[in-house]
Design a protein around this ligand. Structure first.
Ligand code: ZN
Length: 317
């Protein structure tokens, strides 16, 4: 009996430790609402992949600085604004539009309507769509103008550093024109690729930029046109996040991409299944929290062979 007591004590201590760490790390409050942002510099970087359906919107926070990369579709504007308000953000140090397509620029006008900003980045200054014109209008209303960044540009973001990796050159295609950012925070890094496709990936490889990253935001919502093998081999991510809408008509993410990620041993998160996904870095460790379905297999090894996931209870989309 006497010999068993220390073991029991140890179990209790371990249980308490896990219970406390589970509470302390959660980026969401009970009920699924995100926890408000920390206003002081606690040395962390948090990267929020917002669930904006078949679109992209990523919020980064470190110390008192923040960056919004894309804003989803116009219809996502109120969701993005509500998320920023829940985080207590009234000022965005940077607003980045990776490229002019509506599923990336659409919600940015709404964000710029409620948040002031220091700098706005996009690969072009004009584009013939209402969504882009509205974005441009709200940039002007803040007496700011769009800056077109160059590869190698560095943007400090709290305790993190953001480097512009692409576009390496001018492309006629909007997707390949996507601004690609590498965010480094101590030993952790994030590669945010917008909708960059094969051509941009090849040009980044040819330019010899350091693509290695802990987390890859999978290009173009998991389309087979992106995340090529040579690119993935250079990035060597441990984790991937795919921003996709449930039941989207594009068939994203495509099985070929999921298969390449499986081959590379990458743990995959998907907004369509898991809602908002938050990665928190303390410079050494990286912790993921999801709005829902944390343990759902998002990249199962068994598929129905039709190019879509259809087994393990996971619907195709
Ligand atoms: Zn897109």
């Amino acid at each position: 009996m006497k010999k068993r007591l220390p073991l029991r004590l140890l179990s209790c201590i371990l249980l308490l430790f896990f219970a406390l760490s589970a509470c302390g790390d959660a980026a969401f409050l009970p009920g699924g609402k995100p926890k408000p942002a920390l206003t002081g510099d606690d040395g962390t970087l948090s990267v929020h992949f917002l669930d904006v359906g078949q679109a992209d919107s990523i919020l980064l926070q470190s110390g008192t600085q923040s960056m919004l990369v894309d804003g989803g579709n116009v219809a996502d504007s109120s969701l993005v604004v509500a998320y920023l308000q829940e985080q207590g953000i009234e000022h965005l140090t940077y607003v980045v539009n990776t490229h002019a397509h509506e599923d990336h620029v659409g919600g940015l006008a709404g964000a710029l309507n409620v948040c002031t900003t220091d700098q706005v980045l996009a690969p072009i200054k004009e584009y013939n769509s209402k969504a882009f014109r509205d974005f441009s209008k709200y940039v002007s209303l803040q007496n700011k103008s769009i800056t077109i960044p160059k590869p190698g540009d560095i943007l400090p973001l709290g305790g993190a550093t953001v480097e512009v990796l692409a576009p390496q050159t001018k492309y006629s295609d909007e997707n390949n024109s996507s601004i690609v950012l590498k965010v480094t925070h101590g030993q952790n890094s994030f590669l945010l690729t917008g909708d960059a496709e094969r051509q941009s990936e090849q040009d980044m490889l040819a330019a010899g930029v350091d693509l290695t990253a802990t987390v890859l935001k999978v290009g173009h919502h998991g389309s087979d046109s992106s995340t090529t093998y040579p690119f993935l081999r250079e990035v060597m991510p441990k984790y991937a996040v795919i921003s996709v809408g449930k039941d989207n008509t594009y068939g994203h993410p495509q099985e070929a991409v999921l298969s390449r990620l499986r081959d590379a041993g990458v743990t995959v998160y998907r907004t369509g299944y898991q809602g908002h996904i938050v990665a928190t870095s303390d410079g050494k460790t990286l912790h993921f929290t999801t709005e829902r379905n944390r343990s759902l297999p998002t990249n199962p090894t068994e598929t129905n062979g039709s190019g879509q996931n259809g087994q393990n209870g996971i619907p195709s989309y």
